[in-house]
Each structure stands twice: as C-alpha cells, then as structure tokens.
Design a protein around this ligand. Structure first.
Ligand SMILES: C[S@@+](CC[C@H](N)C(=O)[O-])C[C@H]1O[C@@H](n2cnc3c(N)ncnc32)[C@H](O)[C@@H]1O
Length: 316
C-alpha cells in the first residue's frame, strides 16, 4: 500500500461472507485489495457508490510526528463554521480514549469557527495508521441508496443491492464516465445502483412484464435510463462494459445453449464483461474469445450451497 503520499484514505465495512466481493471490488476500482478494511489511493470515489466504503478521508496533511501534524494544520489556518472533528480508530492504533479526546480537543481549538457536534456540515478526521498520523476532511456514506430496497416491483430472481452496487463498480472500475449495459436487467436492481452513482446505463430484458416492472422501478426513483424490451442478441450499440446477471434455473429452465447465446451476443457489443453465474462457465467465456481477468464466489447468507460466481472477462 502506498500510504504517505496518497490523497485519500477509504475505510470499509463488511461482514465475513462479503469479504471476497469487497476485495474483488477494491481490486477493480483501486487496483489494490483492501487490507485491514482500508485502502490508501489517489483515486477519488464517492463512498455512497459502494456498499462497502464507509468513508473517504481527503487527506490535508500527514506526519510520523503528532506535534508536527498539529503545526502543519495550524499553518493551514482553517476557518469554517459548523464543523466537528472525529477520531477514527484504525487497526493497530492503541491510543487510549482519554488521549484520543485530548487530541480531538487540540485539533478542535486550532480550527477557527463555531463547532457543531449534532449537525456538522464539515467533519474533520484524525487517525493513526502504521506509524503515521493523518488529518483530513471526512465524507461518509449516507446510505441514501437503501431507499432502493423499497422499489415498487421485486422479483424472485433479483440480485441483492450490495452485489448490484459492486457489479457496477467492477464493470466501470469506478469511472463514472464509462457507458454500461445491464443485459439481463430483470426488474432493474443493478440499473438503479448505476443511476444512483451517476452512470449512463441502458438495460435489456426479454420478458415484457419484467421489463415493464424495471421501467416502473426506474421511473419511481426519478432516474433517466432506458430498458429495451428485446432479446440481447438484437442490441447493436456498443458499451464500455456489460453486466450479465445470467438467468438460472429457479423460476425458468435455462440450458447451456441459452447461456452461450447471451454471452456470445454480449461479446459483440462490449470488450469488458462482468458475468454472474451459478455454475462454472470458464469454457463458454473462452468459446466467445474472452479470458477471465478476475473472479470470486459469493455464498448467500443462510442459503446453504447457493453460490454465485462473478467473472470479470476481457477480450483476448
Ligand atoms: C437472473 S435474472 C436478472 C435479475 C436482475 N439482475 C434483477 O436484479 O432483477 C435474468 C433475466 O434475464 C432475462 N433474460 C433471459 N434471456 C434473455 C435474453 N436473451 N435477452 C435479454 N434478457 C434475457 C430473464 O427474463 C431474467 O429476467
């Protein structure tokens, strides 16, 4: 991890069943895996675009020496109202509570302006990691995207919001300028997360009733994204990345040739595919001229052997 020079520190939250997905997401956004629920990076990402990023600290200054950092921040002459300073206790930081409070007080008094501990508009963060002190502004995930849980139309084959958000990040590599297609959109779970994060995304759904529900879900939240009611084989437009949540044998019977038909059609409209399957599809990926650049398996909580596999595929 490149630490001292990094502009941003990301803190992560996830439970153990989500660890592999979080690591896959962080490899694809930041090119490094999160370690100790932390990533140091120069890449700027909105915390709310990921289900795993808890906060981003925009580093103002850092130093191995605490007094030196305090002096550096004094020299910044920060003047702002309605601020708060929080201490973020990272892994390996053994600073005790009274000392943490004292440090918060020391930073609080060098910032000119009125503090607001209840509804601050700016939250500063102080933390210590691997022998170095960091001070910066903190941007937290406001979990506003949880509203999507109450979408008007759901579907038994829908993917969870957490995975949906990750698929968007993995496909786009965290770059909101990338164009995306959700090739088997179902009721639009993935599309809602892409719209929320500011992506240009289109969807495709073969079933007219499910397609209508996807459109209604998107409109319900005021987003602007189109869902085509077609078989993906008819899509001609190209996209920077495609997300394929493959149909599986839960409510419909799906054959290997159906799956090959979908992957092969999508391989003609994008050079980067992020596929979700319930079975090993390595041979199908090869057959359409792609290779597996990254992968992970996710087991559903409390669902025994039901496992989804995510395949990040690039054109050979
Ligand atoms: C696993 S579901 C997707 C669920 C979706 N991610 C969601 O969260 O609602 C797969 C969807 O692919 C659609 N589908 C199957 N074959 C298709 C094809 N050839 N072109 C477009 N959509 C297709 C199915 O109707 C089904 O809704």
């Amino acid at each position: 991890m490149v630490m001292q020079e990094s502009k941003y520190i990301y803190t992560f939250t996830y439970d153990e069943t989500e660890s592999d997905l979080c690591k896959l997401e962080s490899r694809n956004i930041f090119t490094v895996e999160e370690q100790n629920r932390l990533v140091f990076s120069d890449k700027k990402v909105e915390p709310s675009s990921s289900a795993f990023i808890k906060s981003r600290i925009d580093v103002i200054s850092s130093s191995e020496d605490y007094s030196n950092l305090l002096d550096q921040i004094k020299n910044e002459s920060i003047s702002i109202d309605d601020f708060k300073v929080e201490y973020i206790k990272l892994k390996g930081d053994n600073t005790r509570y009274p000392e943490r409070l004292e440090k918060l007080r020391e930073f609080g008094i060098i910032i000119k302006g009125l503090s607001d501990y209840i509804n601050p508009t700016t939250v500063f963060a102080l933390c210590h990691y691997d022998g170095r002190w960091y001070f910066g502004t903190q941007i937290k995930d406001k979990v506003e995207w949880h509203k999507h849980k109450d979408k008007p139309h759901s579907y038994s084959n829908s993917i969870g919001i957490t995975i949906g958000k990750s698929l968007v990040n993995i496909a786009s590599q965290g770059d909101t300028s990338k164009t995306l297609i959700d090739t088997c959109s179902g009721v639009g779970t993935i599309m809602l997360e892409a719209c929320f994060a500011g992506y240009e995304i289109e969807g495709c759904e073969i079933n007219w009733r499910i397609c209508r529900n996807a459109r209604a879900n998107i409109t319900h939240f005021g987003y602007d994204a189109f869902v085509h009611r077609i078989d993906i084989k008819h899509m001609k437009k190209r996209f920077d990345a495609a997300i394929i949540d493959l149909p599986y044998n839960l409510v419909s019977s799906v054959t290997e040739s159906d799956v090959l038909h979908i992957i092969s059609s999508v391989s003609k409209i994008s050079d980067r595919l992020v596929i979700v399957s319930t079975a090993d599809i390595t041979n199908l990926i090869k057959e359409v001229g792609f290779y597996v650049a990254d992968t992970c398996s996710i087991s559903k909580k409390g669902k025994g052997k039901f496992t989804r596999i995510i395949w990040v595929c690039k054109k050979l």
